[in-house]
Design a protein around this ligand. Sequence first.
Ligand SMILES: NC(=O)c1ccc[n+]([C@@H]2O[C@H](COP(=O)([O-])OP(=O)(O)OC[C@H]3O[C@@H](n4cnc5c(N)ncnc54)[C@H](OP(=O)(O)O)[C@@H]3O)[C@@H](O)[C@H]2O)c1
Length: 258
Amino acid sequence: MVVGSLFGKYKKYSITKLGDKNMDLNGKIAIVTGASSGIGADFARRLVQKGVTVYGIARREEKLNEMKSSLGDQFIGVPMDITDESAVRDWTKKTFTSTLPDILINNAGIGFFGNIDDLPSDQWHKMVNLNLNAVFYVTSAVVPLLKKNEHVCHMVNIASIAGRMGNPKLSGYNATKYALGGFSDALMKELRDDGIKVTCMYPGSIATEFNDHAGGTNHPNMMESNDVATVLINILEMPDNFLIDEIVMRPLFPKKKS
Ligand SMILES: NC(=O)c1ccc[n+]([C@@H]2O[C@H](COP(=O)([O-])OP(=O)(O)OC[C@H]3O[C@@H](n4cnc5c(N)ncnc54)[C@H](OP(=O)(O)O)[C@@H]3O)[C@@H](O)[C@H]2O)c1
């Protein structure tokens, strides 16, 4: 029984059709930024294992080539600096001429930690450029394609526990991740009528290369990126009419020495 259209001008869905359907990932198309290492690499790997074609974006081409060697043709490495707005817009335009993406994972991000009076302004700008400006470039280029897609689509933004609580030496990183949370909440409300779910993930510490740049220190009980990827897959596979807009995750014993 068709109850009525829930979505805006692009999508026509019935409430009954939405109610009983999980997103079947097999055959979907995803864009993952920051796919060359850390959680982005595990997101890409787990999505490919589910039958998703993944456009994995990052700057280090050699890392993307290694991923292609291990994941096969369903992983398409895209060497690109997403802080370059025209590169992002050109790539999006030329890539999706006859297909449409279903999933966007805004994952690429960077942190630089330090007291505010020691934080070089170029590090502040790098965080704002990648964690915020680039997210805007990618999202604003991809959302029109998600709107055109007839199926329920999903955008997942990777913030951080640093987007929910401030900490000494993290002011710049905190500022960008709090802002990403606000961006996500606004888009969740703006895009739901277009059949686009928006989820913001707020992870605590994960064992990745992140601290190599940030100047933080890894500890023995950080979360594993594969476990964070399991959460991503679970969120994506929920029924179409089931929206998880925020999810916070932490190690149970962050300070425990093991
Ligand atoms: N690790 C943690 O404890 C933790 C906790 C909470 C949230 N997060 C967030 O999780 C996300 C992923 O971080 P991670 O921990 O997996 O660290 P990571 O291993 O350093 O991954 C960062 C990714 O971003 C890519 N990237 C950096 N600059 C880029 C640019 N200009 N254009 C395109 N791609 C770029 C990097 O690839 P290239 O260098 O090849 O470009 C890399 O693939 C970040 O948003 C981070 O803030 C991390």
